[in-house]
Design a protein around this ligand. Structure first.
Ligand SMILES: [Zn+2]
Length: 421
């Protein structure tokens, strides 16, 4: 078998023939030639036989490694004149437009980015984290399900900070499918207007319920004419439940400060590090945390009452209550919190009374906390990893890859291209 034939089989690239293979010190450089005669515009369907010119230097792409060898593809490309896009370099079937990596390598990096920390990816694949960010953005630009904005009935809008220095992303979630379907940089009414512009009036008119974190900006956009003024506005359960979690944390901090001042440090020692034992959902506790929680329970006191109130509140959003049942429980909870003599809970009860209708709307429209919380936790983990990216687009792309409507395939999971002879 000739070496070029062997590389045709090994690399399994669409639409090209291997014409030459050169082994360097660490890199194998593989020259390929496009099999098709016609030139394709990389940005649209335009095809032509007419060549504008040929680029003087070959273009190169990094491909999947072969063992310890890096593989670099090289091809001489032509330029064409597209009636819409002007003079552009022709598209190649094995790489996305403008990329210096092949489609296979992009896909591998995007898949890894949602599952592996950045140091590991950079070392394994010998690429910078920013290269990973660009690969993610390209994959999302081409592979996102085009029907993701169809059939939306219950959506949620949330903001999340990415990087320090107050940079924010606005995300729109489809509660029914449990995925992020849209995102943009910023967090004001105009940011969300962008979503409704893309959605269009017909699809927006189908939306029945929108959950919000209840800042004024998003509400203004939702209720604008042509957007979704018909939709019932709900309190986002994640934020509401978090409010109670924050109240519990305040009670815990106060207690900790008091214990530390005691002459006997035994109490403080026992209580130390109890934060997660109290704040995590009981089903997620480690054995040590569960033991710590049991100790707090034996000692009772204000902190245990606060913990019980947090769990009772969470149960209201479990998703199995009618509006009437939830209303009874919510009112009972507010009354209990107000009598609790725990200042943070008195305050939380006041907020809940103000938002009572919006909380009950969420329950009536089946926006339960379990699902919202799961997705939120996932998104927050992903966004923390995106801190190293340079642009909001790359951070958004990672969110879409990890929590959006994309079915990412690895190179070997795709059907094999026509084997080149
Ligand atoms: Zn074009």
């Amino acid at each position: 078998m000739r070496v070029t034939t062997a590389f045709n089989r090994l690399l399994r690239l669409d639409g090209v023939n291997v014409t030459n293979v050169v082994f360097g010190i660490t890199t194998i450089t593989v020259t390929v030639a496009l099999r098709r005669r016609r030139l394709h515009c990389p940005h649209c369907d335009h095809k032509t036989r007419w060549r504008y010119d040929t680029r003087p230097c070959p273009s190169t792409w990094r491909h999947l490694d072969l063992g310890v060898w890096r593989v670099q593809l090289q091809a001489t490309l032509r330029r064409l004149s597209c009636p819409t896009h002007g003079v552009v370099v022709e598209a190649v079937p094995f790489a996305r437009p403008g990329a210096h990596l092949t489609r296979d390598f992009d896909d591998l990096l995007a898949w890894l980015a949602t599952r592996m920390d950045k140091t590991s990816i950079a070392r394994l694949c010998r690429v910078s984290w920013r290269t990973v960010g660009r690969a993610c953005a390209r994959v999302v630009a081409t592979e996102l399900d085009p029907g993701r904005l169809d059939g939306l009935f219950r959506i949620g809008v949330d903001e999340i900070s990415w990087r320090r220095h107050h940079k924010y992303l606005t995300l729109v979630v489809d509660h029914d499918r449990g995925v992020v379907i849209w995102g943009a940089q910023g967090r004001d009414a105009a940011t969300l207007d962008g979503f409704f512009d893309e959605l269009g009036e017909a699809r927006a008119a189908q939306i029945q319920a929108v959950s919000l974190d209840l800042g004024p900006a998003f509400l203004k956009s939702v209720q604008a004419p042509g957007h979704a003024p018909q939709a019932v506005v709900c309190a986002d359960p994640f934020h509401v439940v978090k409010l109670v979690g924050d109240a519990l944390d305040e009670v815990r901090r106060d207690l900790w400060q008091n214990l530390r001042r005691l002459p006997d440090d035994r109490w403080a020692r026992d209580f130390k590090g109890s934060r997660w034992a109290l704040l995590k959902n009981p089903e997620d506790l480690t054995d040590t945390q569960a033991a710590q929680l049991a100790r707090i329970r034996r000692n009772r006191g204000g902190i245990w009452r606060a913990y019980e109130m947090k769990e009772q509140f969470r149960a209201i959003f479990a998703g199995d209550l009618t509006r009437t049942e939830a209303a009874v429980l919510l009112d009972r909870w507010c009354a209990r919190a107000q009598r609790s003599r725990l200042a943070p809970f008195v305050k939380a009860a006041k907020t809940m009374r103000q938002r009572r209708d919006l909380i009950l709307n969420a329950i009536e429209h089946g926006i339960s906390n379990g699902r919202v919380e799961g997705l939120n936790t996932k998104v927050r983990l992903i966004v923390r990893r995106a801190y190293g990216f340079h642009t909001a687009d790359a951070a958004l792309a990672l969110v879409m890859l990890g929590a959006g409507p994309i079915d990412l395939k690895l190179p070997h999971e795709r059907p094999a291209a026509q084997a080149a002879a």
